[in-house]
Design a protein around this ligand. Structure first.
Ligand code: FAD
Length: 471
């Protein structure tokens, strides 16, 4: 019988555990499938730009698979709940007795897979699932009393000790027996996921492109520790869309970092700092599995459920559109709206501004990011939002509130990035841009068409502190 490999967010040929196992001893050949699930994607707030990126990568994957005689079928089911029946019917149609896939860790995805496991026995089909999305599988790292870690630093210490055991890059599968099955034509778009004027050329599809980016980044990884916080520099890898769609594996990233510095795990240089970001990625997947409430719209810190968030459509809209009157916040939001991606430092600044200075529920921000981000990933996005809102795994107590002005002064000193995103401020000096009162005066003097601040910094900070104290 043939083997069926089901691709999800692991759109690559190289270092793909499920694919490699499907190709082992597959005497009768291998068939592949990818499901388009529009209603589910809408429910998950998946961004049109991300869906477009997925489709372009599915098309690239289909070409690579065809070279090793694996036809990729692209099927459509509206919801995840319809997929288990569909995949089993497909297996039957093509004479496949084994289905291979890499696990996904979100609640809806896990329910879908559990339902497939139950149905598969009736169909006499064997299911083979693998941990492939992260370096160290969730549940692998536990506290002494067998519980999942809820704080990053001790998690990371343990991760550093065992990552190498899980981190080897695997072989690329060899050519398979040729089959008389035509690959599907991959659609260019999916109804309901349209967008205008977004620069898809910033994110070319394909594994080769992801590898090219990794190699380029590896060449400057030593500078990462300094450069990663400066939005005006291309100091980070820009690999997040590729990692989120699985066009590159985190193991390949780890291997590239170690290749530049053999002692990078647990070391001190730029490669170590970058590996620590890959560890955060693993950590948030581990949190989602250990504390599934976080993928059900609930806070990680349960007592913060009672926090009295403000409701203000006007303030939320000003934040979304980059019109708050706080230059660094507006620059970040405009970057998101214009490119579908935002620099990490700005994700923290804009998230903290929404949840602390505007005291608006983190779930509003989480949803908006998901609707826009090309790299939107539930675990990382939820983790980042809850960390910034102090409802999450941040070990520091509730009063971590970034001042947008100290942040912009420190990380965009010459206001280079701010001016790029907010050209209205071209004539305003960096000094004024980094100071609320000076900015108000400079706007009057220069007549710059930039909004007045929508909230007073000191008052809004006090309001946030009071709201958290009241818990
Ligand atoms: C509020 C908020 C929301 C976020 N939403 C997402 C999201 O939806 N998807 C996403 O991939 N990342 C998210 N992040 C994490 C981080 O901002 C992005 O991963 C990073 O900006 C991507 O750029 P890069 O690929 O150049 O990162 P690099 O600095 O080159 O890092 C390498 C990789 O490590 C991972 N990574 C880096 N930082 C983090 C982090 N803090 N948490 C988890 N993984 C990390 C990413 O996969 C990234 O591609 C969010 C952070 C915050 C504060």
């Amino acid at each position: 019988m043939k083997n069926l490999v089901w691709f999800r967010r692991d759109l690559r040929l190289k270092d793909n555990t499920a694919l490699l196992h499907a190709c082992k001893d597959a005497a009768d050949g291998v068939v592949a499938v990818f499901y388009i699930t529009p209603a589910q994607w809408t429910e998950h707030n998946d961004a049109p730009l991300k869906v477009d990126f997925w489709l372009r990568n599915v098309a690239a994957l289909s070409k690579s698979l065809a070279k090793i005689n694996i036809p990729l079928l692209v099927e459509e089911c509206n919801q995840f709940s319809e997929v288990p029946d569909a995949v089993l019917a497909l297996a039957k149609k093509h004479g496949c007795g084994d289905i291979f896939f890499n696990r996904e860790y979100e609640v809806n995805e896990r329910r879908r897979d559990e339902s497939l496991l139950q149905l598969a026995t009736e169909f006499s089909v064997s299911i083979h699932q693998f941990h492939d999305r992260v370096i160290v599988p969730p549940r692998e790292i536990k506290t002494k009393d067998e519980r999942p870690y809820s704080v990053f630093t001790p998690y990371r210490k343990r991760w550093d000790k065992i990552a190498a055991d899980f981190g080897s890059v695997q072989k690329t599968p060899p050519k398979q027996k040729a089959l008389n099955i035509q690959p599907s034509k991959v659609p260019d778009s999916v109804d309901g996921f349209c967008f205008d004027d977004l620069p898809t050329e910033l994110w070319p599809a394909s594994e080769d492109e992801a590898q090219r980016r990794l190699e380029m980044f590896a060449g400057k990884i030593d500078d990462y520790g300094e450069a990663r916080d400066v939005p005006a520099l291309a100091g980070t890898s820009g690999l997040s869309p590729y990692l989120a769609a699985g066009v590159i594996s985190p193991r390949q990233c780890l291997a590239a970092a170690i290749n530049t510095d053999a002692g990078a795990i647990g070391g001190e240089g730029g490669a170590t700092t970058w590996i620590s970001e890959l560890t955060w990625r693993d950590f948030y997947a581990h949190v989602m599995v250990g504390f599934p409430r976080v993928s059900m719209d609930l806070p990680f810190k349960e007592k913060t459920k009672k926090l009295k968030w403000r409701s203000s459509k006007k303030d939320l809209e000003a934040w979304k559109t980059g019109q708050t009157g706080y230059p660094i916040v507006d620059a970040g939001m405009r970057q998101l709206n214009q490119t579908g991606w935002m620099h990490n430092r700005l994700r923290m600044v804009t998230a903290m501004f929404l949840t602390k200075n505007l005291l608006i529920d983190w779930r509003e921000g989480e949803k908006y990011f998901m609707e826009k981000l090309i790299d939107g990933d539930l675990a990382a996005n939820n983790g980042g939002w809850q960390w910034s809102a102090s409802t999450g795994t941040d070990a520091v107590p509730y009063f971590r509130i970034f001042s947008p002005f100290s942040q912009s002064k420190r990380f965009d000193t010459e206001a280079e990035f701010i001016k790029q995103m907010c050209p209205e401020l071209t004539e305003v000096s960096p000094k004024a841009i980094h100071d609320l009162n000076k900015l108000a005066k400079a706007l009057k003097e220069t007549g710059a068409d930039y909004p007045a601040y929508i909230v007073d910094y000191k008052e809004s900070r006090e309001r946030a502190l009071a709201a958290f104290k009241a818990l």
